[in-house]
Design a protein around this ligand. Structure first.
Ligand code: BG6
Length: 516
């Protein structure tokens, strides 16, 4: 049944509870992830999956939903010859009112039956694909309903947004911690489950030609771009309260920054790694005054525009969005990590909706060789770049200078590329597969610890507060463009510019093409 038998390390035998089982996340990500894990032998056979949501559904209807979701979103297709029927039998459904403790008591007896049937030793993983307002009451009712009384482990997996600001995140954390210990809580940031984000550590720490240069003596600046072509789609109501700052920066962008900037941990132990990440966040310069914030941060909102010949609505015209909304759909900033390794190196980060391409990339721009010696005396040399392509193209790209063939000593930039996504037959696991597997194994490395979150919010809150006082600071950009011009000015004043990302056309030349 397993396609990759050599990889088949089984997660612990457990019952997986999917709260919010009729929702979008379950359909698009969680069911497909569970099936992929099963196909690769990582779930074994001693497991059960219980779908929970308010709406009534029979087991058969639920299994049909699961099949439809896997057909549409999974990298493996449901095949009887690959044990589909055996897999889907592990799924049952219970309609559950999360506020009613009696329903949890019924869930307990259902769970005990499943544990007896599959010989599962009481391990229970609760995945809350729910609105965060419900995290506290669900945790409480799990305890009151006796769901935490089994012999095995109990783990809580929760999705962002984890709070709206530091005080609300702290309250939420307290509610959860009344029931679960920190080591039982797995806070998901799906960017940490991405192959190339996990690869950052390996690229840095296993190559003699990167780590020695990984500091302010050699690196001129770091650029992190997370560009999306989508707008807010059907998520207007959620997004309008969150904006790019809370939806992307507080979590995904800061997590990528920490992976780039952290010190090598003393051991590859989850807590040692997370300790190093917290240290980076503590070193990020807090921007507090309105002047510093407006000097270093740009916020924008898309207005009507055209992309690839298609007319696009402005953000304020999107469904469930206030027509006078001041929510930002674009964020760019110049950040500093004030420690010995990074002092003086700007970290430019930007993210936005309705940009021209979907691309997440990290560019490390190295300092130039001295200007007035040898080849640099005769011509302007381009800086060396290391580009980590995170999404959707995965790979690594290095740009350096070499001689142009011919009699003149002309120097030209050339590139070497490792295109991971181009490898034939490669079927890279999705972020959610890795993260569910890690949670089931009890590995916290790629989950955010409370102290990380707390520091991240403390960086974000003063920015949000300054913006509230300055509604005029919101800049508009046409959908399908690269955001407000002020975002280029952030780099321009230091003589830098945003390096084009994969797929971006510059002067009618595709700068970096995806090799196939
Ligand atoms: C989510 C955000 O966390 O990440 C979305 O809520 C965003 O707004 C998404 O679209 C981007 O993830 P990915 O993996 O598609 O880059």
């Amino acid at each position: 049944m397993t396609d990759n038998k050599h990889e088949a390390v089984s997660a612990h035998e457990a019952v997986y509870f999917i709260f919010g089982a009729t929702g979008d996340l379950a359909r698009r990500k969680l069911f497909p992830a569970l099936y992929s894990l099963y196909r690769e032998g990582k779930l074994g056979e001693r497991f059960a999956i219980v779908g929970l949501a308010r709406r009534p559904r029979t087991n058969e209807q639920f299994r049909d939903d699961v099949k439809a979701s896997i057909e549409e979103f999974c990298r493996y297709k449901p095949k009887e010859s690959e044990g589909w029927n055996a897999f889907v039998e592990h799924f049952t459904y219970q309609s559950l009112d999360t506020g009613n403790v009696e329903a949890f008591k019924q869930l307990k007896s259902h769970t005990e039956q499943l544990e007896a049937a599959y010989d599962i030793p009481g391990n229970r993983l609760f995945y809350l694909a729910l609105a965060p307002e419900l995290f506290g009451s669900v945790s409480r009712n799990l305890r009151e309903g006796g769901m935490l009384e089994s012999a095995g482990w109990h783990r809580l997996v929760i999705e962002k947004p984890f709070g709206y600001d530091y005080p609300s995140a702290e309250r939420l954390n307290e509610e959860i911690r009344h029931v679960f210990r920190e080591d039982e809580v797995f806070r998901i940031d799906h960017y940490l489950g991405k192959e190339m984000v996990q690869n950052i550590e390996v690229i840095r720490l296993s190559n003699a030609f990167f780590e020695p240069l990984w500091n302010n003596n050699h690196i001129a600046n770091v650029q992190i771009t997370l560009a999306e072509t989508v707008g807010v789609e059907e998520r207007g109501a959620y997004y309008n309260k969150s904006g790019a700052l809370r939806d992307m920066v507080q979590n995904h962008m800061l997590q990528m920054l920490t992976m780039i900037a952290m010190e090598p941990p003393s051991r590859l132990d989850p807590e040692d790694i997370r300790d190093e990440k917290v240290k980076v966040l503590r070193s990020v310069r807090v921007m507090e005054t309105a002047e510093t914030i407006s000097e270093n941060i740009v916020r924008g909102q898309y207005s009507e525009g055209v992309s690839k010949g298609k007319e696009l609505k402005g953000y304020r015209q999107e469904d469930s969005v206030d027509p006078a909304s001041g929510t930002e759909t674009f964020f760019a900033a110049r950040l500093f990590v004030d420690n010995f390794r990074w002092a003086g190196v700007p970290f430019y980060v930007r993210t936005g909706k309705r940009l021209p391409v979907k691309s997440t990339e990290i560019v490390i721009e190295f300092k130039n060789v001295p200007n007035n010696v040898l080849f640099a005396r005769k011509q302007d040399l381009q800086p060396n770049l290391l580009v980590i392509r995170v999404n959707p193209m995965e790979g690594i790209y290095i740009k350096f200078n070499a001689k142009k063939p011919g009699n003149d000593m002309t120097v030209q930039p050339v590139s070497m590329e490792f295109c991971q996504s181009c490898q034939v037959g490669l079927n890279t696991p999705e972020a959610y597969e890795r993260l569910i597997f890690d949670a089931a194994r009890g590995d916290h490395t790629y989950f955010t610890r409370w102290d990380e979150l707390a520091v991240a919010w403390k960086l974000i809150d003063p920015i949000a507060a300054a913006w509230r006082q300055d509604p005029e600071g919101l800049q508009f950009y046409p959908a399908g463009s690269w955001g407000p011009e002020k975002s280029d000015a952030l780099l321009d004043r230091e003589g830098y510019f945003w390096w084009p990302v994969n797929g971006q056309e510059e002067d009618n030349v595709v700068w970096v093409t995806a090799s196939k």
